[in-house]
Every structure is written in structure tokens, then in C-alpha cells.
Design a protein. Sequence first.
Length: 592
Amino acid sequence: MTNPLASRESSEPKPGRRHLSSKEVVPLLVTLTAGAICYGLFIKRGVGLPILGYNISTAERVMLGEFPYRDFLYNYTPGVLWLNAGLMKLMGTSLIAVNAGLFAFKLAALIALYVVASRVTNSKAALIPVALTLAWVGYRVVLRPYPTQYSMLFVLLGLICILNFDKSGKTRWLSLCGAAIGLVFVFKQNVGLLLLGSATTAVSLRGLLGPAPFINLRDRIIDTAKNASICWAGFALIVAALFIFIAWAGALGPMSDHFFSLAGEYGAKRAITLPPLRLLAPVTAGVLAVFVIAFLALRKAPRLFEPFVIAVLAVGATLLLIPGRLSAVKDSATATISYIPFLLLILVFATFCLGFKNDRHSAERRNTWWLRSGPILMVALFALGAYSEVYPRADYAHLVRTLPPIFLLLSLAAGQMVPVLTRYFQNFLPSARRAALLCAAAPLVFMCIVGIKDTWQPRFDSRFQFVDQTTLTIERARGMLVSRRQAAFIEDLTAAIDSNSSQDDYIFSFAPRVTAFYFLSSRRNPTRLVWWRSAGIKKADRDAVVEKIAQGIPKLVLIPEGFHNNEVLDQIASRYHQVGTVTDIRIYDRNQ
């Protein structure tokens, strides 16, 4: 563990240096190699059917000439659709084309994380958030085409740009930061707006509290407003181009109407809360017990302090990683991760405010304070913007996708702990810095262990073989590896659709995961709805689907067992007949 301040100062570029040193090249190569190996394992492994239906079946509709919002309803800005439509035009209509794009974005985001970490620490310490990110390789299906999987690259590029502005004062970096955030908006509108707020706050705090050539408050305010407007201009350039293109396609009105409806529905009734606090009890009790015992060992038997900390980490790893036991402890560790970003952000912002309070009266001290704290604050603000995507749907899948900036912030916080702990341990231990490094590393090790438990371990069976070992043979997913059960479902349902319809026929699915078969079976969806129960859909749009079924427009209708909508079921009963069942999906064919 390295003190971020010392690392930042020591990593300043030397005058006249044109090439990276070997000390900088090796960690970068480690990042590239480790990322390529870890993400490369999943290019052909795993199929997330519901999201495939929502983001890739719709991308094919774009590729075939349809436009989101005008021709079908979509809950995000259309970056994912345009990107994957382009990839499939270039590389062929297959899952491999989609996953190749995801792999490239994930690897590029990992490299961007390393670069931004090296800006605020050094090349070796920058490997810490990289290792944490790879420990949290991905929730369930790693290369699942969520918008955040693509936009995280631009989140980190925006952070790099604003850190470069803080270091150089050159406003072109603000323009590039705004443009990067604009690209985030293209992929997911709410995250783009949140990050624009983060960047604006960072620029404002630097202008008002940080080093500046102005002493007069009025001049500071004017300069800050100018800098913020430059960032906004970069953002506006990208977003204006997006809206002009959408308006040109005749989709701006339908998009606005749908997004207003969507915003009204994302309230308390669709919120997913954080895990109950009671789930934190086992981990909280364990941490308190370890703290008390470590404190006593430090006072009474200092030689046992380091072995005790190492033993605790080893025992903790064993308890969390041992299969099939201690489920309460494992659930508690998982629940704790949901609260760590929130608590970490509070700690960082509180420390920032305390530091400013202590140093605000002296310009020299305030400049030194900003040099030390400003970059960390900017990282925290961008981490907050990315993490805020979790709400109101605070489920684990959303959380895992937002963690890379949190890992960077956690690494910086751990680095800040080292000199404080070193000064404290000097009263008790001859190797105070080593003990401080060990204690600062403990929460990072805990995060790694939980990440391995939650995102790596479920991918393997009891013989340490990948669960996804069965090869799909259908054309658009040929060569993809999934579990035996999922392979049987995909192959059987595809065969049933193929035997009862042709590629020119329309089908409609009421089950979210079966919407993937618009793509997998190369069939068309004749409605504006992607998912029957998606947020923001008005009654008129659902009524239009029922009317199409009443008219017999879809050749096949697929519904899950347990589906209860009497109006829909009555129309299906009068116009269709059941021709088969695959697992829990009933297939209805149109009457002749």
C-alpha cells in the first residue's frame, strides 16, 4: 500500500521524458493481460436471456431499419442499440459479435481504471483497483449487454479528463470531460445527468476552494462559472447531436412522452431497497471482536499483532469460500458490500470537509490541502455519480456494475490510512509501517474475497469445472457455452418455434426471457413492446398488443405458465391453439 500523496508527487513526469519507464509499462501490461484472460474466459460463455431480449433483439430491429421510441418502446437512450446494430452489420448477426464488443469495452474500461488510478497513486498501487475489479468479474453472465457495461469506459475517461484539468488548469480537458459524460448519456440517460452534476460540483469546489490566481471571491465565482460552462458545452455538443438525430427520425416526441411516463413509474412501488440491516449482524459482530482482540494484542503482546491479523484474513477467506456452509455469514458479507460504498462516500466527504475547516484560513495551507485532497474528492464525486445508478433499484446486479470507481476510492482511502496507522503503531511495534500496510490492506482483501465468492465461485461446480460447458448449436448462438439445463431450454424452444413458423412470421412473447428468441430464432416482433411488463408502458400500448393478437397478426404467441390476464388469455383462446410446451413456456399457434 502506498500513500497516495507521496505517490502522486513521485509520479510527476520528468522534464523531457518521452517514454514510459519499465516500472510503468509492466503494471500496464499486467492489467492488459489479466483483463484479457479474465474477460476472455467469458466471450463464449453464458447467455442472459432477458437482457438479450431487451437490448439485442431491439438492436436487430434497428439494424433492419426501425427506430427506437418511434417503432418500439425502449427505456434508455439508444447507444447500446446503435453500437450493437453496427457490430452485427460488421461482424454478422450473432452473439459472438455482441460479446466481442462487450469484451473490448470491458477491457478498455479496465485499462482506463488503471490509468486514472496511476494519476492519483502510482503505477504499482494502481493495480489494486484493477485486482478488485477482476475479483468482481461480473454478476451472473459476465458479458451481458447492460448499458453500464459500455458507459463505464466513458465514466472513467471523464474522470481522467477532470483530473488532468485539476493538474494543468487547461480548459480543453473540461470540454473533453463534458463530451465523455455526454457519451455516458448516450448509453444511459440518468447516469449521464448524475455525472454531469458530479463534474459541475468538482469544478465548482476547485474554483471556490482550491488553488486559483484570484483572491477576490467575485473573480473566483466568474472563473468557476466559465469553467463549468465549458464542461457543459462539451456535454451539450454530444447530447444536442443525439437529440437532433432522434428528432430527424421523427422519434423525439415519442421518446419524450415515454421517458416522462417512465420517470413517473420509477417511484417507491418499483424501488428495491438495500438489504435489511439485520443481515449485517454477523459481519459487524466479527469485525468488533477482531478489533477488540487486535487492540489487546497490540497493547499486551505486540509480537502477536501481525500474525493475528494474517490469521483473521486466512480464516475469513476459508469461512467465506468453503462451499455449502455458513450461509448466514456469507449472506452477511454480501449484504455488507451493499452498504460499503454508501459509508465510504460519507467518510470521504466528511474527511474533506474537516480538512478544509482546518486549513481554510491560510492560502498556502489551503493549496497544500487541495493538492492532497482535491483529486480524491473528484474521484469520490464521480464514484457517487456512477453509484447513484443503483437507486431506486438497489439490487445486487446493479451494484456490481457500478463498483470500479468505488474500488478506486476505497484504494485511495486505504492509502490515506497508512501514514495515520504508522504513526499510531510506532508506539508499540518496531515494524510500524508494515503493520499499517497490513491493516490498510485488510478491507481490500475482504472485498476481494467476497467478490470471488459472489462472482467467480458460482461459475464452477464442485470439481472446479465451469458450469457452462454445453455448446449451443443454433445458428445465432453457435459455439456459446451454457449450462446443460439452459442449453436444453434454448435448443428445444428454438426448435419448437422453427417447426411452427418461418422466418417471415411474427411472434410475440409475454415472458421476458423468451423475448431473446426474437433474436435467437430470427423472428420479428410486430408490436411496440419489448417486454410486456416493462416500466413506463401505457395502457394504450398494451391494448394495441391485445388487438394484434385478436387480429391474429403474430403467428405464434408464447406465454409463461402462471400468466394471469384474462383479457389476453381470452383472445388467445379464441384465435390460437396450443401446439407445445417447453419447460414452463406454452406455445400457441394461430388458427388456420
